[in-house]
Design a binder for this molecule. Structure first.
Ligand SMILES: NC(=O)c1ccc[n+]([C@@H]2O[C@H](COP(=O)([O-])OP(=O)(O)OC[C@H]3O[C@@H](n4cnc5c(N)ncnc54)[C@H](O)[C@@H]3O)[C@@H](O)[C@H]2O)c1
Length: 437
């Protein structure tokens, strides 16, 4: 009688393994589509009815997945979607990509992982492989998921398989997509790592196995903490250069001519998105539980969180100094409100904090973003305005928060009275209208 491992190896190699992807968001949907395109039978599960209805009609809500591609896999039934977990008993591999936000007190909120895992457990059978992809603190897979699935007396690595594989997808990135971003996998046992590696190997060119799930969880947090800390360093550098009246952008360009030992990072209006502002706090929370206080990571997080306030205060100061205009009653246009260029995601976007702060000072704020048609704020909901001559020139100041490629920056400059360019869009251009981070 072949072992569960042998059976699964055989099914994966023949592309007969049925795969469920739980959580069809920015991470889960591209993954489900990639497996479906390769010829695997994929069941996508999401609790959001609206999303499931759209997917059934072949309408994509994830920018990197064209509806035409989605329609293809839905039509040929390689991808089937549902809100229902009951199908799970029929599948061989279950991949979980649900959100991992912070609680109101800025601690890890793994309730989505727990909810999904309990539903998986209720529909669990021997021989299945479960892979967690949601970014989380070290130990989640072995401390939270393993006991849950072992409850029925099943043994990991023999009766079932469990692994963690962090997601590295970079929405909007045209060069690196699911299939060409190297993927790390770490299982509870060697068999678990082996099977997870084999699975991803069918759609990804380079899959790297590590010794366990905790290493894989921590590697993801190192990657994002590395970025967050370096961005904090350059943000602090920018604040310092501002005081010293030195052009930080020119300093970075000069420093990056060094061909080794230096990697450029750029200052900005603050960190956004579901990863960089959040993930380092998953790590520090876990570390504190073990009596170690990570100071540098916490400090980086504090520096980055000050940037939206810095931007708002700088605008207030510039209006006062250059236009003798108080912020109360001033017209401000914010250009770009998503958390990064060329995407529509506004989660944790610094634009939201900047706009809220200016509104609290009774400024009249409007915004333009080709990807974000409406924006919910603390005080009101705004709709994106068109970038017409009139909509630009009526403002006392324009703040470029996100540097979308689509925007006509020459036209903006021509018609604006004052521009705060937080992204160095205007690079070396010297113009008294422009001021920068
Ligand atoms: N978006 C990225 O670029 C990115 C990159 C790397 C890692 N991650 C990580 O991947 C995870 C998912 O992120 P995302 O951006 O795809 O989030 P998302 O919010 O876009 O998608 C998550 C989906 O999960 C669904 N969901 C929530 N609870 C569920 C449940 N119990 N059962 C079924 N579906 C459920 C939601 O309805 C949503 O559609 C997070 O841990 C995130 O930190 C995201």
């Amino acid at each position: 009688m072949p072992s569960h491992k042998e059976l699964l190896v055989n099914k994966i190699n023949k592309k007969k393994a049925r795969i469920a992807v739980i959580g069809l968001g920015y991470v889960g949907l591209p993954l489900a589509v990639e497996f479906a395109k390769t010829g695997f039978s994929v069941f996508g599960i999401d609790i959001n009815k609206e999303k499931i209805d759209m997917l059934k009609k072949g309408v994509s809500y994830v920018q990197d997945i064209p509806s035409s591609t989605l329609k293809g896999v839905i039509k040929n039934r390689f991808l089937q979607v549902s809100q229902d977990y009951k199908n799970l008993t029929d599948v061989d591999i279950i991949i979980v990509s649900v959100p991992t936000p912070l609680t109101k007190t800025r601690e890890p909120d793994i309730s989505y992982i727990i909810d999904a895992s309990k539903k998986i457990k209720d529909n669990f059978r021997k021989g299945q492989l479960v892979i967690l992809e949601s970014t989380t603190y070290p130990g989640t897979t072995s401390e939270i998921l393993l006991p849950l699935f072992s409850k029925k007396g099943l043994k990991a690595g023999e009766d079932f398989f469990l692994a963690f594989s962090p997601e590295r997808v970079d929405p909007g990135n045209k060069k690196f997509r699911t299939s060409n971003i190297p993927k790390i996998v770490g299982g509870i046992t060697k068999n678990c790592t082996y099977l997870a590696k084999l699975t991803y190997g069918k759609i990804i060119g380079n899959v790297i196995g590590v010794s366990n799930s905790t290493v894989a969880e921590t590697a993801k947090l190192l990657e994002n903490t590395f970025r967050a800390v370096n961005i904090a360093l350059i943000n602090e550098f920018a604040l310092m250069c501002d005081r010293l009246k030195i052009n930080v952008w020119e300093v970075i360009e000069a420093a990056k001519t060094k061909p080794f030992g230096f990697m450029p990072f750029y200052p900005g209006p603050g960190l956004g998105g579901h990863c960089l502002p959040i993930d380092p706090l998953y790590l520090t929370w876990k570390s504190r539980m073990h009596g170690f206080e990570p100071r540098l990571i916490e400090l980086a997080s504090q520096i980055n969180s000050c940037m939206p306030t810095y931007v708002a205060n700088k605008v207030i100061g510039m209006l006062n100094a250059k236009k003798k205009r108080p912020i109360k009653g001033a017209n401000i246009l914010v250009v770009g409100v998503s958390y990064k260029k060329d995407v529509s995601d506004v989660r944790e976007s610094p634009a939201i904090e900047i706009i809220d702060m200016l509104l609290s000072k009774q400024a009249k704020v409007s915004y333009h973003d080709p990807y974000v048609l409406s924006l919910s704020l603390e005080r009101k909901c705004l709709r994106s305005v068109k970038l017409t001559k009139q909509n630009i020139s009526r403002n006392d100041c324009v703040i470029i928060v996100t540097d979308h490629t689509k925007i006509d920056y020459d036209f903006l400059l021509e018609n604006a009275r004052l521009i705060f360019d937080t992204r160095n869009v205007y690079d070396n251009l010297s113009n008294p209208k422009i001021f920068k981070v």
